[in-house]
Write a protein that binds this ligand. Sequence first.
Ligand SMILES: C[S@@+](CC[C@H](N)C(=O)[O-])C[C@H]1O[C@@H](n2cnc3c(N)ncnc32)[C@H](O)[C@@H]1O
Length: 447
Amino acid sequence: MQLPDGFATKYRALLGSEADAFLATFDEPATTGFRLNPLRPDPTNVALDLQAPISYSQWGYYGKVAGNAIDHVSGYVYSQEPSAQIVGAVANAQPGLRVLDLCAAPGGKSTHLASTMAGQGLLVSNEINAGRARVLSSNLERFGVTNAIVTNNDPDTLAQAWPETFDMILVDAPCSGEGMFRKDHDAVQYWTPTYNAECATRQREILAATVKMLAPGGTLVYSTCTFAPEEDEQIIAWLLQQTDLQVVPLDHQGPLQPAHPEWADGNPAIAGAGRLWPQSHRGEGHFVARLQRPGTLPAHVAGRNRLQLPTRDQQTLWQEFADATLTDGAITGTLAVFGNYLYALPADLPNLKGVRVIHPGLQLGEFKKRRFVPSHSLATALPPATFKTVVALTDDEYPRYRHGETVRRAEPSGRHFVLVTNRGKGFALGHLVNGTVKNLLPKGLRV
Ligand SMILES: C[S@@+](CC[C@H](N)C(=O)[O-])C[C@H]1O[C@@H](n2cnc3c(N)ncnc32)[C@H](O)[C@@H]1O
């Protein structure tokens, strides 16, 4: 690979005798990986090779997942570069916490946070870019995350709305992406000798807002996919100088190496952060640090949100659908209406005033005149056992349904909303009417 001018010189000076091995990795192919989904009842039931686990990532494996494979489409797996999986592992967000993923799209780290949270507590996945926030929503929906809301705000707006609100905040910062050079040639084009300092300015701005949102006793996880000390060790040095945060030393086991205080202000605490290097492990490389605010986590303060509850007519329409389609207790949480859409909200929502929420929980469906039309998200959020009628597709029928075609089933007669599965995995809804399963897969998900 043709590396940008100044890049090799910089890393030769930093890495010394290790520089040749580091620079040689840029001529190697990029590494790929995926994570299984522990939110599924049978997470290892996938048609993928699970012979090569990623040592530091509980559900992580080396390998490649085809985008059209049922394992991907049904949310049984999430494709994520191996090194990036260190971040969710270090965060290890526990069930019951209130967690903010501030720079969350497209959702690799958010789905990992949701995995360790096991459906309990609140995950706020925020993304500043509206288009990317929609992709984030759809990826959380596919992974079956029901305890998350998706917001689309800049960090300063959120800091105003949510002072000292979160037990844990992940800042997977926008960065110069040197660890993406092998995957993304655009990242190479952007790099100049001053680019790292420009990225660091933005990272400090994001973190200044972040610190305001962290509760006493709360944890900040900071990560980048770049090797630049300006965006890594020097950011941690700045946090230690400017705030009361303290580094929680990582367990430098296996390929996770200590960070380099000498590349910042020499504060030895910085060594507690960690680096994955491409020359010493199978992955693109990552930086991660865990920091904590002194104090004890306070009890969560419930938001005083004025929710629009379903009208009596809407409640009746929903209940008719739920009674005919789902088993009892399939949906929990407060039901609220946003626009024409009905949602099941996660518990423990903070104040939403002033925040642009684009996805306030599990979308159940849309009220259209006197009808209730269920949302696609039900197909991947709920286990097949919660649907009263399931239409199982053969491997021949599966690609045709994804294309938008109907299928025929003689049984049961009448009209039913159904879950459509392949290999036992729900991936779409259908409407069975007189023997024909009408295809309810959203147009954007058809291939
Ligand atoms: C490294 S990516 C996040 C990847 C994501 N965490 C994942 O695992 O899929 C950084 C994100 O930060 C967002 N971003 C860019 N500028 C930002 C800013 N000033 N404040 C907050 N987020 C920003 C980008 O749009 C991008 O989605």
